[in-house]
Design a protein around this ligand. Structure first.
Ligand code: SUG
Length: 441
């Protein structure tokens, strides 16, 4: 019997690489063309999942998506066998090939938006897969995400919506732009949707991925109480400093909400509006980080707030940060004080460098949900990590993932088979039957 927070991390796939595909994501550009280590990446991801289990929080897993995604290459006119497609794409468009090979589904915070049953008028948990319109290599994730969510979550207790029809006006990036604050996980809370641009704003000179209309659409279809739903705009300065998703400059868990003073447009006014809506705002911890304490660019470079804040079995909170944070004295100084003025009492660091080099911190790697006992019992148990599943996954990764992958090797036809063999084994381990296109052909 379990109730509370549960995270689904994206298992890092065998084609993890650095292609520099994400405009506005500083790490992705900086590390473009570097040699990746898919084996290390996947093991680092599993280590983080293990930590959550050690803290008493069950851990779920999303399977990697089918990469290369030949379907998208076929839509671009490539035809023939898998080998033919990869070879001709490598000769005429490495960009299209690289997009079809991205392991970006690992960043599960972008998989979907979740609203717990306590917040919705119809008392059912709602999940909307993100359409990830703004980045071509990510746009191809939504279809498989939708299918996978339907395999994991029983429709008796979870309403899985279709992804919003993708368009310039309706860009949706999932939970990375969504916050929830409540006295405790299972009490009715408030939800904050953070968007980068109003749908009428086009031709901006920065990449604002989430649109207000998409956020409004989700709030409505999740049947949220309008008095408890807020729409905040990202501050342009934050986006331009590299906060392409809001979860790099703010985070929330239960009654703790931490944000940089420059995270939101009209921040003082908007935060006050949220406080005014609460019965007892003093019971909540609104922790603002000032520019003086930690300059915005330092916050973005350190990924301090792209961390997981979780309630541990001692009843206080554990802050799980990327180890890179230790390199920033402003952050370590700020952390020295946090224990005295918040429920955060335990600081942990994880080594997820392989993901960080593509701009994905601890919070990016997970899709967070909160469930009651009944809902927990309606989640497919094959997708929950336990010691034997962990051992099988470690075994597979150690025996079948490459130690290094240069982006030129994406043109190697052997990699197609290698990747599909791993995915095929995963479907056996998770007992899903045939879920990938190459298994259905
Ligand atoms: O969408 N990186 C991801 C990182 C996602 C981070 N997620 C959150 N903040 N929640 C992105 O920019 C890099 C892929 C490449 O360059 O090959 C990438 O897609």
């Amino acid at each position: 019997m379990y109730r509370g927070e549960l995270n689904f991390d994206g298992l890092i796939g065998p084609t993890h690489n650095y292609s520099g595909l994400s405009e506005g994501n500083i790490a992705s550009f900086k590390n473009s063309k570097k040699i990746s280590n898919p084996k290390k990446a996947a093991l680092q991801g599993l280590e983080k999942m293990k930590l959550l289990i050690d803290l008493g929080i069950p851990q779920g897993i999303f399977l990697p998506h089918e990469r290369p995604h030949l379907e998208s290459l076929r839509k671009q006119g490539f035809s023939g066998s898998a080998n033919d497609i990869v070879l001709s794409a490598s000769k005429t468009s490495t960009l299209l090939l690289n997009q079809s090979y991205s392991a970006s589904s690992m960043w599960a915070a972008n998989a979907a938006t979740f609203s717990p049953s306590t917040d919705s008028v119809d008392s059912i948990a709602h999940i909307t897969p993100a359409n990830l319109f703004s980045m071509p290599h990510r746009r191809i994730e939504s279809e498989f995400t939708y299918n996978q969510l339907n395999i994991i979550f029983n429709s008796s207790h979870f309403k899985i919506h279709k992804p919003i029809d993708p368009s310039e006006l309706m860009g949706d990036e999932g939970a990375a732009n969504h916050l929830r604050i409540s006295n405790n996980h299972l009490e009715k809370g408030i939800q904050i949707f953070v968007y980068g641009r109003d749908s009428s704003e086009t031709n901006l000179n920065f990449v604002a991925r989430q649109t207000k209309s998409a956020s409004e659409y989700i709030a409505k279809s999740h049947q949220l109480d309008v008095d408890k739903t807020f729409f905040l705009k990202q501050n342009i300065e934050a986006i331009n400093s590299g906060s392409f998703h809001n979860d790099i400059v703010s985070l929330s868990t239960e009654n703790v909400f931490i944000y940089h003073e420059k995270a939101f447009a009209d921040s003082k006014y908007e935060i006050q509006k949220i406080k005014n809506s609460l019965k007892n705002p003093n019971e909540l911890f609104f922790i603002e980080i000032s520019e003086k304490e930690i300059p915005l660019d330092v916050l973005v470079s350190s990924y301090l707030l792209n961390s997981q804040l979780v309630l541990n079995s001692n009843g206080n909170m554990t802050f799980i940060m990327p180890s890179e944070v230790k390199n920033f004295p402003e952050c370590t100084k700020w952390l020295e004080n946090i224990k005295t003025n918040s429920p955060i009492q335990d600081l942990r660091y994880v080594d997820i460098k392989q993901s960080m080099m593509n701009g994905g911190g601890p919070a990016c790697l997970r899709f967070k949900i909160v469930v009651n006992e009944d809902e927990f019992n309606n989640i497919n148990p094959n997708f929950l990590l336990n010691p034997s599943l962990l051992a099988r996954l470690e075994n597979l990764i150690n025996s079948s993932y490459r130690d290094n992958l240069n982006i030129n090797e994406l043109a190697d036809p052997d990699l197609v088979n290698e990747s599909y063999t791993v995915l095929d084994e995963l479907t056996q381990i998770f007992n899903t039957g045939s879920i990938y296109n190459f298994q259905k052909a």
